[in-house]
Each structure stands twice: as structure tokens, then as C-alpha cells.
Design a protein around this ligand. Structure first.
Ligand SMILES: C[S@@+](CC[C@H](N)C(=O)[O-])C[C@H]1O[C@@H](n2cnc3c(N)ncnc32)[C@H](O)[C@@H]1O
Length: 278
């Protein structure tokens, strides 16, 4: 069977898994991504001393922010199905002196190796889009959260990518063509509220946010370049059109009018059966 086109489904089987560690860490350093991520974590109302789970933890970018939020009395558990990413997350937690309040476990989001009701908060950040069984993951996030605890999701929505490019038809072909072929649900961001409501969570809240860049930083540059590579793999465009599309982007950047924006949606809900949070 041909491998799934989304590399995030099976990082350890990619030709260079360490590339994805670099990509996550590079994304985390982009000021707009740091702002979007941290704003969502504040929206989750995580308190010092809490036990928090992050599923699809990757190289640990979000988990390290969480460890700072829960403080020395709290704890953060990260789960991921990639050994390479788990090793990177452990190494970085040690380097940042956070290892005592963090642990990382290899596991599948759809069958978490964790006891029922043991977390104050369970999160999946830019993960729902990538997992093979999103509904099973969501049920697991609810299961491991205590009554009255918080379940939170944050995801991009690939129907909201905006690039000021002279060739709008080609831009649409690359963005929509790639997203439609890569992901079963490219518009996952806008589905989060519905999913939490349908899981029976209470007090479901939404935070819509915009990732916005005005210059071609290394992460955004490689993101747009990857879009052309994937569009070529899917046979949507040839190398000449790909190069022309990227040239126009680089020219816009050199002229100081590059604009790329992308919506992120965050949603939280409270697991029934406990004391409601204020
Ligand atoms: C785009 S990364 C997000 C990493 C991290 N949450 C962040 O925002 O920096 C998606 C992550 O989901 C993980 N993943 C994909 N399918 C999974 C599954 N079935 N079970 C657990 N993790 C999975 C990938 O290995 C990857 O680390």
C-alpha cells in the first residue's frame, strides 16, 4: 500500500525524520506562531499545579510552554507515536531544566496508554488534522480528563490561507489542491467547536486567531516551498510553474510587500460531572 501523503502520520518512516524536529522548532520561533500558541494556552485557563496532557507532542514546543505554566508543583505528560520526536522532546526538556516536571510516552492518540480521569487538562495542538482516527483521539482526550477538567484543541484551517500573489489561480491550485489531497479534513479548524459539543462537553468556547507574516522568514519560506514540492508530487504543476510562483513570492518579499495569513482556531470544553471552572 502506498504511504499516506501526510508525513506527520508516520514521521519515523520519513527519509529524514530529524528534519521535522527542525521544522517544529523553527515554526515555534516565528513570533506570530509563538503568539498564536501562547494565546491559546492562556485561553485554556491552565492553573499552576495542574497535571496536563498534550497528545501529538512532537518535539515538545507546546509542552515546554505548558511546563512553565503549571510550575514546579504541576506536571506535563506528552504522548506521540514517533520515537524520533519523543527523543528530541526529552532532550530539549532536559536542556531547558524542565525534565523533572515532564514525561514523554510513546503511544497512539487513538488508544492512550494512560489511566481514566487523571488529568486536569488534555490538549491536542495542530494534531487533529494529522491523526488517522480523529474521533477516537477525541474520545481518549475526554476519557483521561477528570470531571470538571478542560479538553482543548487548536488547529489550523487550510481553507483560510491567504497570500497576496499576482497569480491567484495558481495560488488557489497549489493551496487547495495540496490541502485537499493531503488531509481527509483540510478545514479541521472550523470543526473544533462542533466536535467538542458533540462529545458532550460543557461550556464550549472558541478562540479564532490569525497567523500573519510580513516577511519571508525561514519557516514560511520552507512552508511555501514544500507546498510547491507536494503540488509537483501530486502532478498539479510542473517545475517551471513552481519556480515562477516562488520567484514572485521572493520578489514581493524583496520589495517589502509580502503578506501571508492563515487562521488558527482553538476550542475548549469542560468534561461533565465536576465543579465548573470560574
Ligand atoms: C504538526 S505536529 C504537532 C506537534 C506539536 N503539538 C506542536 O504543535 O508543536 C503533529 C504531531 O502529531 C503526531 N501524531 C500523528 N499521528 C499520531 C497518532 N496517531 N498518535 C500520536 N501522535 C500522532 C506526529 O508524530 C506529530 O508529532
Amino acid at each position: 500500500m502506498a504511504p499516506h501523503p501526510d508525513p506527520w502520520r508516520a514521521i519515523d518512516r520519513q527519509p529524514d525524520p530529524a528534519r521535522y524536529v527542525r521544522m517544529m522548532e523553527s515554526r515555534s520561533r516565528t513570533p506570530t506562531q509563538a503568539r498564536v500558541r501562547r494565546r491559546f494556552l492562556r485561553f485554556c485557563r491552565i492553573a499552576p499545579g495542574w497535571k496536563v496532557l498534550e497528545v501529538g507532542v512532537g518535539s515538545g514546543v507546546v509542552a515546554r510552554d505548558l511546563a512553565a505554566m503549571v510550575g514546579p508543583r504541576g506536571h506535563v505528560t506528552g504522548v506521540d507515536r514517533s520515537r524520533v520526536l519523543m527523543a528530541a522532546a526529552r532532550r530539549r526538556a532536559r536542556e531547558e531544566g524542565l525534565a523533572r516536571r515532564m514525561d514523554f510516552r510513546l503511544g497512539d492518540a487513538a488508544a492512550l496508554p494512560l489511566r481514566t480521569g487523571r488529568f486536569d487538562c488534555a490538549l491536542a495542538v495542530t494534531v487533529l488534522l494529522h491523526v488517522a482516527r480523529p474521533q477516537a483521539m477525541l474520545r481518549e482526550l475526554v476519557r483521561v480528563t477528570r470531571p470538571g477538567g478542560v479538553v482543548g484543541l487548536q488547529d489550523q484551517d487550510f481553507g483560510t490561507q491567504v497570500l497576496d500573489h499576482p497569480d491567484r489561480a495558481l495560488t488557489r491550485l497549489i493551496f487547495e489542491g495540496v490541502a485537499d489531497r493531503m488531509y481527509p479534513e483540510p478545514y479541521s479548524g472550523r470543526t473544533l467547536v462542533r466536535r467538542l459539543v458533540q462529545l458532550g462537553l460543557e461550556r464550549v468556547r472558541l478562540l479564532a486567531d490569525v497567523y500573519q507574516v510580513r516577511s519571508l522568514d525561514p519557516f514560511t519560506h520552507s512552508l511555501l516551498k514544500r507546498r510547491t514540492e507536494i503540488a509537483m508530487q501530486f502532478g498539479l504543476i510542473g517545475p517551471r510553474r513552481a519556480a515562477g510562483w516562488l520567484d514572485a513570492i521572493e520578489r514581493a518579499d524583496a520589495a517589502g510587500h509580502f503578506v501571508f495569513t492563515f487562521n488558527y482556531y482553538g476550542a475548549t470544553g469542560i468534561r461533565r460531572g465536576g465543579v465548573a471552572l470560574s
